[in-house]
Design a protein around this ligand. Sequence first.
Ligand code: CS2
Length: 521
Amino acid sequence: MLERLNSESLAHLPEDVEFPAYDRSRVTPGIVHLGIGAFHRGHQAAVTDLAMAASGDLSWGIVGVSLRSPATRDALTPQDGLYTLALRDAGPDGQPREQLRVIGSVLRIVVAEEDPQAVLERIASAQTRIVSLTVTEKGYCHEPSTGHLCWDDPDIAHDLEQPDRPRSTIGMLVYGLELRRERSLPPVTLLSCDNLHANGDTLRSLVLAFALRVDVGLTAWIDQNCTFPNSMVDRIVPGTQDEDRARVADRLGFEDAWPVVGEPFLNWVIEDKFAAGRPAWDVPGGASFVSNASPYERLKLRMVNAPHSAFAYLGSMLGLSTNSEAAATPALRRYVDDMMRLELAPTLRGVPQSALDEYRLRFLARVANPALPHRTRQVAMDGSQKVPQRLLAAIRDRKQRGDDFSRLAMAVAAWLHYLRGYDEQGAAYSIQDPLAGALAKLLARAEVAATASASSQAAHRRAMVVSGFRPVFGDLGKKPAFVEALALHWERLRVLGVLGALEALEQDAAREGSAQPVPVA
Ligand code: CS2
């Protein structure tokens, strides 16, 4: 039986394990982070740890907030907030390699569902200068196609009635800020680190919309006292599995109840608009600060998250459990590479071609990382919240210019195909999506409409009904070229299966002469 990792263990770690190079007993909390899952711990918390070590400014410890589950709090509290970050890839010989680092920036964790007042108190503490968020796309309670706050979301409706016990991220932020205002506390930065387009601007407009219903004066206070930098975050961090726990314990010589596993690659681009200072996040291996993060966000959503989703939906339907297996499937890799090269990269005007090529090849290598089993179904979840900014935005761009978007339409069709809930081997899975109920009804309605149509019209009817779902598709359902492309690829996936549909797409391209030689990664 191994001893548990905690402050005492730091002096006894193996030599090849890095650990916090600062006096943790002197760290004070400057950041409240909502959504302390694996991604935050593998990305921003790791950079904060580096920044405190490099700058000696120890006033940026993190108080993490788990929104619902006590699991992370229960795992990390006996460890004094310490956990291991295991960065894995394959070495030049193709063998897996792993670097372990114990991270010391998380001081403690609060569970919002158990104690919402404790969260409000942290936001309204004089020590808090940054409130950051990784609550995933659905945590914003907004309509994906418009970005507007969903007033009928049960948590939002609850929070308007129950200011003392907010459940939603937006409710927590607004009531925490209200308390800050009552206490005449100094300004604070709200930093979204989620994969949304203009994540800071989006957060700002949601917070202001909610605050307006609470108190007009509060809206003005927030406007004057809070900043909302946009940011782009990038690192692949799969959910931790039991094998990861066992391997880390083996190497560490201590038990870590919740290590985090990720790739060595990290990217973080943030707008330098901080209301009350910030950690020295721009350490080597950390963040870059810019005046406008929007081009970086767009680049990342389109050249990382869009192809990631395509691998995930098509790979899942092929019965592949990891993204690296999907990337190792030649037809799938060729299709994703073509989609990035021929349809996504050209929408990123202003980015030099060589940078786009490098970015694309690097993404394909990252996703192929054999040392990092990243489940296709993890990336496939919450499609209603991801597809609009990952795929539909680029489709709109291309459509407007009259450019071909058939590969992108294939990726959207792949999402719809995935929603049928079983793969090509007949293995069933559940659909994890905040709109799962609405999507199931929509698909059933589409099926009824398709069955009632002449067989030559069935695929088109099905696509018409589904693309009329405005929370996801906005006005795209009214664009015949989009509906037609969606109908074609969805029908091929249904009838020919994934590999058959991809082959048909390649044949279309060869006929139209748009296929170009695929560069070798
Ligand atoms: C993934 C992302 O789960 C997903 O939807 O596409 O979490 C992806 O791994 C990260 O954005 C990479 O930075």
